[in-house]
Ligand binder design. Structure first.
Ligand SMILES: C[S@@+](CC[C@H](N)C(=O)[O-])C[C@H]1O[C@@H](n2cnc3c(N)ncnc32)[C@H](O)[C@@H]1O
Length: 220
């Protein structure tokens, strides 16, 4: 099994290195991806006005800000202090905290929603069950989870990005596989989308999203 400390450190170092360039490039929800906004908007509607949500792996906070604009009470969490500095600078009214989504310091059953928008993409396969169990733990019964990730089988390793020497693997995944792991973690599936690549926006592969739910408590 990959030692969690290794890939987490590699991920943090990568995003600390490229944070400003990443934010310039991806800082806004790109105008070319209104379909992504549609998914995020739908998730916000399922969670409901005022719902408490964690944006895990928030990066520069673009999704955090969008969900806040949709009426959610949302905070961002990220490994990278440089990303968090940008998120705080760009969104002074929102709360951003440092941490790993693999070791969530969040009480059980305390959130109405969890978002991991392109942040599971650096978590190796063998750590996904524990990651999804953690998402399930912090959600209230009936709470919703939203994942976004690149579609595919072949990982892509970057040794250079935005002119920096770096080292990080980007993992692509098949939605049906992720869905099966979510079911094993106790979720029920609500929606899956597969969006074609936005070639003009530099996307080489299709983009997947999954909305899942921690089942509501049933009366006995
Ligand atoms: C591709 S960026 C996506 C950022 C943001 N969600 C967005 O859509 O713009 C991935 C982010 O996830 C964060 N991340 C990856 N693994 C993480 C972990 N285990 N805990 C917290 N953050 C993590 C990285 O530091 C990085 O900021």
């Amino acid at each position: 099994m990959t030692d969690a400390a290794d890939f987490v450190t590699e991920t943090r170092v990568f995003y600390d290195t490229v944070a400003e360039e990443y934010a310039d490039h991806f800082g806004d929800l790109r105008p070319g991806t209104p379909l992504d906004r549609g998914v995020l908007h739908g998730f916000a509607g399922l969670v409901g006005e005022g719902g408490e949500v964690a944006d895990l792996g928030c990066g520069p906070g673009r999704v955090t800000a969008y969900l806040a604009s949709q009426g959610l009470s949302v905070f961002g969490l990220d490994l990278s202090e440089s990303m968090l500095a940008i998120a705080r600078r760009e969104n002074p009214g929102l709360r951003f905290v440092r941490g790993s989504m693999l070791e969530l310091d969040v009480p059980d059953s305390s959130l109405d929603g969890v978002v991991s928008w392109y942040s599971i993409i650096h978590t190796p396969e063998e750590h996904l069950p524990a990651l999804f169990a953690g998402f399930h733990r912090v959600l209230r019964p009936g709470g919703h989870l939203l994942l976004g990730f690149q579609f595919g089988d072949e990982p892509r390793r970057y040794e250079e990005a935005f002119g920096h020497t770096v080292s990080l693997t980007f993992l692509r995944r098949r939605p049906e596989h992720v869905a099966a792991l979510l079911r094993e973690a106790g979720f029920t599936l609500r929606a899956q989308t597969l969006r074609e690549p936005d070639a003009a926006g530099g996307e080489p592969v299709a983009q997947a999203s999954i909305v899942a739910r921690k089942p509501p408590e049933t009366a006995v």
